[in-house]
Design a protein around this ligand. Structure first.
Ligand code: ACO
Length: 311
């Protein structure tokens, strides 16, 4: 019977110890983790595209080198996360198939266009800032390989966030046109960034169970609030306006009040009908197909090495 095993698992969670891949775990726990980690990995990989578009057009060698390093980091995060999913028995090739067939999700945020170079800065500031808010608590997630992956990922995300903010500080010291470009990017990315944290708590079907299992440590709304509180002073320092007339400091709560994102937009984008969904997925599919010969060669090489070692 699974009862003693279930008790042991419950005890591990209650004591804030880590669940490791070889430990017994409930099927639902495994499924939830595979879902979240795969989605997270897909987001990192798809997330290379919006900014990757600017690598060939970066305004200087220095900016190009920074952007290159950043986009490469995203690839690393994705691969690292696929490895974490594999420790749960998921198959990486299968996960990729699910992504390109639209059967598994990735973050809504990467379905928006990047028409100007200021978008690179604002993605670093908002999107990587939001990723840090969301992922720092995941360093204490109950599943060991996921939590440990987050430690490294968060260190790199913090570099990404700073490079974005530094880029924007530089642009804000530039011409009137550059300042307008930054403000325009801020206006376009603010609300989608708030949506990254997921639906409001009342409409978040997975939160309660994921919190009970300590996979998630905070609710979507808690993390969204934390992001707003963190970002407002940064916007003031930068000299941009956040596009929310309801945004103000609430003395009693000791936090900012803010407006309500357009949740129907989030639903549309998640369902595949965002401004760039089709393009993102078709590019991922093309890259996967173009890379078939690399995977075949790598497998053939690995098989040869294994045969040699055995012989
Ligand atoms: N974009 C796409 N899908 C979303 C988003 C979003 N912004 N927010 C929620 N969803 C999906 C959920 O995956 C879930 O779908 P599913 O049940 O079919 O898997 C559904 O909407 C309902 O949401 P929740 O019940 O709130 O789901 P969950 O508890 O998984 O919370 C969250 C969503 C907060 C995104 C969580 O999965 C998480 O913390 N993931 C890890 C972080 C991550 O994936 N970040 C990716 C972007 S950051 C980056 O890569 C730079």
């Amino acid at each position: 019977t699974a009862e003693p095993l279930q008790r042991q698992f419950d005890d591990t969670i209650a004591r804030d110890h880590r669940v490791e891949p070889r430990d017994w775990m409930p099927d639902g726990y495994r499924r939830t983790l595979i879902r979240q980690i795969a989605q997270h990995a897909h987001s990192e990989i798809i997330g290379m595209q919006p900014e990757g578009d600017w690598i060939t057009r970066a305004p200087s060698l220095r900016r190009k080198a920074i952007l290159f390093a950043k986009v490469q980091d995203e690839a690393g995060h994705g691969l690292y996360l696929y490895s974490a999913a594999e420790t749960l028995g998921a198959d990486r090739a299968d996960l990729t198939e699910r992504l390109i067939e639209g059967r598994q999700k990735y973050s809504s945020i990467f379905n928006y266009p990047t028409p100007t170079y200021a978008d690179v800065g604002v993605i670093g500031w908002f999107v990587d800032g939001a990723a840090i808010c969301n992922q720092v608590p995941l360093c204490r997630s109950s599943f060991g390989p996921y939590a440990r992956a987050m430690v490294r990922v968060c260190k790199e995300e913090s570099f990404h966030q700073r490079q974005g903010y530094e880029l924007l500080l530089t642009m804000m010291r530039g011409t009137e046109g550059q300042r307008a470009m930054v403000q325009d990017a801020v206006d376009r990315w603010w609300w989608p960034s708030l949506m990254m944290f997921g639906p409001p708590d009342g409409d978040s079907p997975n939160s309660a169970q994921s919190m009970a299992w300590k996979i998630k440590r905070h609710t979507n709304d808690e993390l969204r609030q934390r992001f707003v509180d963190m970002t407002v002073p940064q916007a003031e320092r930068l000299g941009v306006r956040l596009p929310d007339p309801e945004l103000r400091w609430n003395e009693e709560r000791g936090r900012h009040d803010f407006g309500t994102p357009d949740w129907s937009e989030l639903q549309r984008v998640i369902a595949g009908d965002g401004p760039r969904n089709a393009e993102r997925v078709s590019r991922r599919r093309a890259a996967h197909e173009d890379g078939a010969w690399v995977r075949e060669a790598a497998s053939a090489y690995a098989a040869k090495q294994a045969a040699r070692a055995a012989g």
